[in-house]
Design a protein around this ligand. Structure first.
Ligand code: SF4
Ligand code: MG
Length: 321
């Protein structure tokens, strides 16, 4: 497997006031392979969106590093290098409406990247490219003359996808792209993204708050809790044999589609709220809600270990921590 994005001990902290620091992302380490979809999952406030933005270079890293095709994302670069980087990495947002300028026609929204990067030499070429993109995402040339408010949520997400594709990126960070859509529309957007990935060899970081949302698109899944990854595994393995008590709890909350085929899963209830990332619990951050917590869990932070090939977990129940 070829690594496209390498994330090493990445931290992004925010100063809240004189005394307090919010550790939104606090030591992420994982790789994203070329051509795969890496699903990043966690409850709201776990730092997954901040992680996505820091990986893209939209936020500065407080520590650690991100390498895209071997080159550092956060190191100072020339204007030209920066331009190439922003062209290679694009983002799709949860609320496409908020990210689309309401005063611009869809055609001009999609063409923005084409203009910035000088990808069309003539007006005709620009129009041709835009129309092709509209068709690629299931819209047509006539839609290009309208404004964002004239479209449904699902169509707006298609516009957001067309805009991201306009500059021919290699890597797309999709921050909860289907969370705001009706269930009936979610599958359509996921299928479109899968189709585009195949045709264009795209790599996705697909962020979601719920494991059921990433199941059908992810090759591998990472589960985040309070700024850290607690488990990373190939999708099938994660859904079949989750190791971390938090992943087990998240999975037990998903209704079982076919109870006769799927093994019975006991419902695990995680008590209490997510603690504040300003003052996370000592040792294992999940210990205040973990049904399996032991004495060691409050004292020592579990290391993130490769318990089985490609299956990483941070929990004292596994390995010699
Ligand atoms: Fe639970 Fe301890 Fe594992 Fe944390 S390290 S998940 S508290 S068993
Ligand atoms: Mg978010």
């Amino acid at each position: 497997k070829e690594t496209l994005v390498e994330i090493k001990d990445l931290k992004r902290h925010f100063k809240v006031d004189r005394k307090n620091i919010l550790k939104a992302v606090d030591g992420l380490t994982f790789d994203i392979y070329k051509g795969e979809t890496f699903g990043l999952v966690g409850e709201s406030g776990c730092g997954k969106s901040t992680a996505g933005r820091t990986i893209m270079g939209l936020y500065q890293a407080s520590a650690g590093e991100v390498r895209f095709k071997g080159a550092s994302v956060h190191e100072k670069k020339s204007k030209r290098e920066l331009k190439n980087l922003t062209r290679s990495m694009q983002m799709i947002f949860q609320d496409p409406y908020a990210s689309l300028n309401p005063r611009m026609t869809v055609k001009d929204i999609i063409a923005e990247g084409i203009d910035i990067h000088g990808l069309a030499k003539t007006k005709e070429e620009r129009t041709k490219r835009v129309n092709e993109l509209l068709e690629t995402v299931g819209l047509n040339a006539e839609h290009g003359n309208r404004y964002p408010h004239e479209f449904s949520g699902g169509q707006r997400q298609r516009i957001g996808i067309a805009r991201a594709l306009a500059v021919d990126p290699d890597f797309i960070v999709a921050d909860e792209p289907i969370s705001a859509l009706d269930v009936s529309i979610q599958a359509q957007v996921v299928n479109l993204m899968k189709k585009l990935q195949k045709e264009r060899g795209l790599t996705y970081l697909f962020i979601a708050h719920d494991l059921s949302m990433v199941k059908h698109i992810s090759d591998r899944v990472g589960v985040m809790y309070l700024g850290n990854l607690v488990e990373v595994a190939p999708s099938n393995e994660l859904y079949e044999t989750p190791l971390h008590p938090y992943t087990q709890a998240l999975l037990s909350a998903i209704p079982i589609a076919n109870p006769q085929i799927e093994r019975t899963r006991e419902r695990i209830i995680v008590e209490g709220d997510v603690p504040s990332p300003i003052n996370p619990p000592s040792g294992c951050r999940f210990r205040t809600r973990c049904p399996m917590a032991m004495e060691i869990c409050s004292k020592i932070e579990p290391k993130f270990i490769e318990h089985e090939p490609e299956h990483w977990v941070a929990c004292h129940l596994y390995g010699k921590n």
